[in-house]
Design a protein around this ligand. Structure first.
Ligand SMILES: C[S@@+](CC[C@H](N)C(=O)[O-])C[C@H]1O[C@@H](n2cnc3c(N)ncnc32)[C@H](O)[C@@H]1O
Length: 238
């Protein structure tokens, strides 16, 4: 099931259904498609977060909760993960209970564009591979800005397209061959992966995304490209 980007009113609903439908194999395919690099990048987020010593963190679009679980290792930090896909959350809940992290990490249903939290509430907000699925990117980022306290930090991990022409060519060949092949072999929903690929190529990245973060109010934005720019970590402070 692939979100139809033309009918914006139902994109959120379609994204929710799409992630529900791939929740079972999501972790496996994420590992295969990124050669497990996603784990390294999520550890990078944890290392940045540790230095900030957050007491109260929110992982938006938490999915199967990898980032929320990592943040759960920070001492005295309460972590909440929210997502619109109940089935992705259920996979995350099983991982949290298996790792005995239920004291520090909890998951709940929630929409990034309409969060059920007070203004200035969190020290840290993280979003991994989530922003490009938002129905309205600006709205989603404004909500993150609203719930962060005045010294709060937003860390975003998102796919991006390499700037270097040769790396861009490799990236394009890789995403058009290896990823669809893996989706065909391991997923029952190939169209979902086609959507994820196409949306990655069309999504603003690097300086363009940095400008969007500034336009919603973030004062300082750091841009850290990973693996030749195939993914990027953005660190935005209020
Ligand atoms: C590619 S997965 C990323 C999951 C996880 N953060 C990770 O890094 O592996 C994208 C997640 O974003 C969620 N999502 C999409 N739009 C959302 C929204 N408006 N609010 C909350 N979650 C959303 C999807 O349900 C899905 O679980």
């Amino acid at each position: 099931m692939k979100p139809n980007q033309k009918s914006n009113s139902s994109k959120k609903n379609q994204v929710e259904k799409m992630f529900d439908s791939i929740s079972f194999e999501y972790d496996l395919l994420n590992g295969i498609m990124t050669f497990n690099n996603h784990k390294r990048w999520k550890k990078n987020i944890l290392n940045i977060a540790k230095k900030l010593k957050p007491k109260n963190a929110l992982d938006i679009a938490t999915g199967t909760a990898d980032i929320a679980i990592n943040l759960g290792s920070i001492s005295d930090c309460k972590v909440t993960g929210v997502d619109i896909s109940e089935k992705m959350l259920n996979v995350g809940r099983k991982k949290i209970s298996k790792m005995k992290l239920s004291e520090s990490v909890s998951l709940e249903t929630g929409d990034a564009e309409n969060l059920n939290f007070k203004d200035n509430y969190f020290d840290l907000v993280t979003i991994g591979f989530g922003v490009r699925n938002f129905q309205d990117l600006q709205n989603g980022l404004k909500e993150s800005f609203r719930i962060l306290n005045e010294k709060g930090t937003l860390i975003i991990l998102e796919t991006s397209v390499p700037e270097n022409k040769i790396m861009k060519l490799f990236y394009s060949i890789f995403t058009r061959t290896y990823i669809p092949l893996m989706a065909r072999l391991f997923s029952k929903d190939i169209s979902a992966y086609n959507y994820l690929l196409n949306s990655a190529e069309a999504f603003p990245c690097g300086q363009a995304f940095g400008k969007i973060l500034k336009s919603v109010g973030f004062k300082k934005v750091q841009i850290n490209p990973k693996l030749f720019g195939s993914s990027t970590i953005y660190i935005a402070t209020k």
